[in-house]
Design a protein around this ligand. Structure first.
Ligand SMILES: Nc1ncnc2c1ncn2[C@@H]1O[C@H](COP(=O)(O)OP(=O)(O)OP(=O)(O)O)[C@@H](O)[C@H]1O
Ligand SMILES: Nc1ncnc2c1ncn2[C@@H]1O[C@H](COP(=O)(O)OP(=O)(O)OP(=O)(O)O)[C@@H](O)[C@H]1O
Ligand SMILES: [Mg+2]
Ligand SMILES: [Mg+2]
Lengths: 161, 159, 161, 159
């Protein structure tokens, strides 16, 4: 096991780098609340989105919190990459512009770990290309089919009309 | 090294044997509300020994077993397996079988083993079992907790 | 103030009626956990979606919980209708089929109270017709414009490309 | 009776005077992440006297005041007003003005009143101020709490 300080130093570099990459005109900082007490110190996260003042985490919007959380997650995973990552609708609160940033992040990490994601977002589906459609055609029993995005969207549209 | 396949039979809403092949880079799981997507995520947590009813979303351990449906009787067992592809070194299979009687079995390449054996094998291979590699629905907001010491706990998962 | 029992009896009728209306082949029931102790009794909610067995609230999916919560909300609001209701992205976890049910519910209540809703969902926007677009053209300062759905979607698409 | 108009000036991200006209039946508020949609919802809670920092999403009461932006200096005051349309009986206006010094003023049709006066006027008119008539982002899941007695509390709001 790496020691806490080593992992923190690495995660700090990752967090600030990944944020800068997605929001070049913004600022982000990960720091220790109490550097003199490594054993118990909490973590402080300070973020400024482009054109905006620094805010307390509480004041960010739902979507802003999600994209910061995703960047925080990736910056920690990067310190010790697992072989696979499963994400269940993590981009649900994001608008299309921020979904694009999430996709950019997945693209940058695609050689580091295998992604398995659950999503309702059409942009994310388009990026993935390969879909596994889960349905309950027979009441109460899940079935899974491999399906292309075009077939999925047209099949889905049928159920709506 | 990557996850090649997940097989479910009798786990939650999977009352039919279902094999899900995974792309080595990215697989997107889609479907209507309540179709069984998050159940697949729960199945991996359950296979790797997650004991928490809250994260498995069940009121008790036997509730992971298929309860039956419109025309189908409930099952007595729940079975989940994964195949891990080791690129040039072949592949291996990990399975968990649970019976309503409470009997629980972990199987590695056809041989019954303990959960401990599976976890230590997976972590030596860099499989990474930290809690951050599986993020359930709604969890993304909680990793950014407002409390600085909670955030530390997130980092300690990998430290 | 109405007494608790009166409101409960009314909410029970509403809950079961509204659910039946949206899911004709399902079943729903609102009941008191301890009818002999009106002062402290909790509320039990039992729901069966069409073709599925009865489940503990914990076992429902994210979208299923949202649609049950929305029905529970409307069944209580109906006991004492406020003049306006503000809903901030309540349908975020719903797929298109359940968003349609949410829209159907808003349509049925549209003569009971005024709705003010925040949404990212294109089906909800289409139902509303009249949009107020909030933007931050000048960094950090919110502005609001009245805009039609077509203009909004085309303006939005521009920011993406 | 319905909400005809909301006016914001100096409240959170509203560093310009903004008037939002509302449709008597349904108005949809749309916009990119972080543009100020939920701030509008918070402004109504704040106007009606909600004191909770958690539900207003502020670390302290003065943080409702516009902090400034790229090219704009911070404000010293925050002002939110609504116009309520009474159909055949005309309309009335309710405002709240807050100054960084801590001074707080509630105004009804141009006359300074107490918050209590506003709340009793609104509830006699069936305005309905129960906590269920404003549902903030992410709150929909919590009204269906897993604990039966918490669900009772939701019903008691209107009882
Ligand atoms: N033991 C069980 N036996 C049979 N069915 C079950 C069992 N446990 C859960 N289910 C079914 O699984 C459904 C929930 O599935 P899941 O949470 O995977 O949905 P989802 O596809 O993730 O949907 P969403 O998009 O709303 O998140 C329940 O509605 C229930 O029908
Ligand atoms: N006191 C303040 N002064 C200036 N700006 C503020 C203040 N408080 C909050 N903000 C701004 O408001 C933004 C959050 O706005 P809001 O929560 O309304 O977004 P939203 O439109 O609901 O977005 P989402 O779709 O992500 O939920 C913050 O990013 C911040 O820039
Ligand atoms: Mg789900
Ligand atoms: Mg918001």
């Amino acid at each position: 096991k790496k020691n806490f300080k080593e992992v923190f130093d690495q995660a700090k570099i990752n967090f600030e780098e990944i944020f800068h990459n997605l929001f070049p005109e913004g600022k982000a900082e990960l720091s220790l609340s109490d550097p003199s007490n490594l054993l118990e110190s909490g973590l402080d996260i300070r973020v400024e989105f482009p054109g905006k003042k620094e805010l307390d985490l509480l004041q960010f919007s739902g979507g802003e919190r999600s994209i910061i959380a995703i960047i925080f997650l990736f910056s920690i995973l990067k310190t010790k990459p697992p072989s696979f990552v499963i994400l269940d609708e993590v981009e649900a609160a994001l608008d299309d512009i921020n979904v694009d940033k999430f996709i950019k992040l997945m693209r940058q990490f695609s050689d580091k770990f295998q992604f398995i994601i659950v999503t309702h977002n059409k942009l994310t589906m388009e990026y993935a290309g390969e879909l596994r459609g889960v349905t309950m055609k027979k009441g109460g029993m899940s079935q899974v089919v491999s399906i292309s995005i075009d077939d999925w969207l047209s099949e889905y549209a049928d159920t709506l009309n | 090294m990557h996850l090649k396949e997940i097989e479910l039979y009798g786990f939650k809403s999977f009352g039919e044997r279902v094999k899900i092949e995974l792309n080595p880079r990215l697989t997107a799981i889609v479907g209507p509300n309540g179709s069984g997507k998050s159940n697949i995520v729960d199945s991996i947590r359950w296979l790797l020994g997650d004991q928490s009813y809250k994260s498995l979303r069940v009121p008790s351990s036997s509730e992971v077993i298929f309860k039956g449906a419109e025309n189908d009787a409930p099952f007595n067992f729940s079975h989940v397996g994964i195949v891990v592809d080791l690129e040039n070194e072949g592949e291996f299979q990990v399975e968990r079988k649970y019976h309503r009687s409470g009997e629980n079995e972990y199987v590695l390449n056809g041989k019954v083993v303990r959960l401990k054996d599976i976890r230590s094998l997976l972590s030596t291979m860099g499989f990474g079992l930290g809690s951050l590699s599986i993020l359930s629905q709604g969890q993304i907001d909680s990793i950014l907790s407002l409390v600085p010491t909670d955030r530390r706990a997130v980092l300690e998962e990998v430290a």
